[in-house]
Design a protein around this ligand. Structure first.
Ligand code: CA
Ligand code: CA
Length: 144
């Protein structure tokens, strides 16, 4: 029923990186992994973002790291709160570094790197605050 590309330990590692990244900023980071993506990974990511109701944050600062493992496609999408504040090519460097890791056959490292970078990069725009809470469950979801 469920496609499980990662081991329990790898999942744990990814979730731990999300938890740590969210200490750096008030943003909320999630990961979605598909096997294939026949369309534009940005469009697909936007659909998944919607489906996961990731806009349910006070500052509209959710970030989704989307990966289609077998097609080796991926994208990073942020909610409107982020897009209003960050420069246009904000995610480019992060994506380039992730791409290198994917090419090297290290998808878990690529995902973890993307999460870490998102946390660090969002710090300036969405600093962590006292009242900050975990608005979106730290989770990895899987599609087909
Ligand atoms: Ca938060
Ligand atoms: Ca979270």
């Amino acid at each position: 029923m469920f496609w499980k590309p990662f081991s329990k330990n790898q999942e744990k590692q990814i979730l731990e990186v999300i938890r740590n990244a969210e200490k750096n900023c008030s943003g909320e980071i999630r990961v979605h992994v598909d096997e294939y993506c026949k369309s534009d990974p940005l469009l697909k990511a936007a659909n998944v973002f919607e489906h996961l109701a990731m806009h349910n944050t006070a500052l509209r600062n959710g970030v989704l790291i989307y990966v289609a493992l077998k097609d080796r496609k991926f994208s990073i999408v942020g909610d409107v709160g982020i897009n209003q504040k960050v420069p246009e090519h904000f995610w480019e460097q992060t994506k380039e570094a992730m791409l290198e890791l994917f090419k090297a056959g290290q998808p878990v490292e690529a995902i973890c790197f993307g999460i870490k970078e998102a946390g660090v990069k969002l710090q300036a725009f969405f600093p962590p605050s006292e009242s900050d809470r975990d608005e979106l469950k730290n989770d990895i979801s899987y599609g087909a």
